[in-house]
Design a protein. Structure first.
Lengths: 191, 191
């Protein structure tokens, strides 16, 4: 192969790489609503930096232009859990596979306190009282816990607690949330 | 058996029947939110007068006190379909089993007109543009079509079209909707 040919080869490789990067960013964050019916099996799935989580935004504010509801498909590997957190939107879970525990703290005391525990299982549903601190935990040693999660008022604005004794006022806002980080365009400062 | 004994027997039967009626009405319409985690397999399922439909309100405004989102589990027998209808809330479908067709009319003409057709299938998702007239149809001859349906702003206020050529202004409000009829307490007239 001559030098020119090698250069052309290198350039075409670079161009292809750039195209591929563009396509990736586009598939992650562009409005994916151009096709009305979408195959969930082909949707982007990631742990978004949380080991043991597989998250898909089935219908979302940032990805699909939803304004009032958002739906996630989430799979938790054995032993993994959500942070302890609260939000002022409604949230409903439908458990598709596996089993686990819902831990639910109080919003009426100064801090969540010792949480109540509820068993959750395939074909069960539960909704989180608005603003109650909670955590969903796959305590099983072998089986994944898979759930459809529905929230109102997307994108979610969650306050995270390091433990159940952190005062509500000290919980830290995590916004945009893990899966919204890459696709959220912060409004520009108005001066 | 003496007359008194027969009367007592009849009375206790009547009381038991009344208790049973009360229990039924209660299980259909009382806030079922007292248990935080509910088994969907044990939820009330009915066709609500629409042959071939099996509807379960997984989390609802009237049944469970939801204010911003509502979730249904619906199964359509082969050949059955929803009415042609529209509503001003968001609606997302997640297809769990089977396949079918989404028919989608226009909200920008005087009437829906000839609808666009979209194939829907297990593991697909789609959302209905707010106020677009639509119909979901299980055209398969053998298999059920099962979907989770999420709406915002419950309970749903739907306008029904007899066919695709009915003007939008002539579509008829059906409120409360089929599964909300028994549990909806109309606000009293204020004079």
């Amino acid at each position: 192969m001559g030098a020119l040919s090698r250069a052309a080869h290198a350039l075409s490789f670079l161009l292809l790489s750039l195209l591929s990067i563009t396509a990736d960013a586009s598939s992650l964050c562009s409005k994916q609503g151009s096709s009305l019916v979408r195959n969930i099996s082909e949707a982007t799935q990631s742990d978004f930096g949380r080991g043991g989580l597989a998250h898909i935004t089935v219908a979302g504010a940032l990805l699909h232009g939803m304004k009032e509801v958002e739906i996630w498909l989430q799979t938790f590997a054995p032993g993994t859990r959500t942070p302890i957190h609260r939000h002022s939107c409604e949230e409903v879970f439908v458990v598709l596979k596996g089993k686990g525990t819902l831990l639910l703290g109080s919003s009426s005391m100064k801090q969540p306190g010792t949480p109540q525990e509820f068993g959750i299982y395939a074909n069960s549903t539960f909704s989180i009282p608005v603003n109650d601190p909670h955590q969903v935990w796959n305590r099983d040693e072998h089986e994944d816990l898979q759930m459809l999660v529905v929230i109102s008022r997307p994108p979610v604005k969650a306050f995270i607690y390091d433990d159940w004794n952190v005062p509500h006022t000290a919980a830290k806002l995590k916004f945009p949330y893990y899966w919204d980080e890459e696709c959220y365009n912060a409004p520009k400062d108005e001066l």
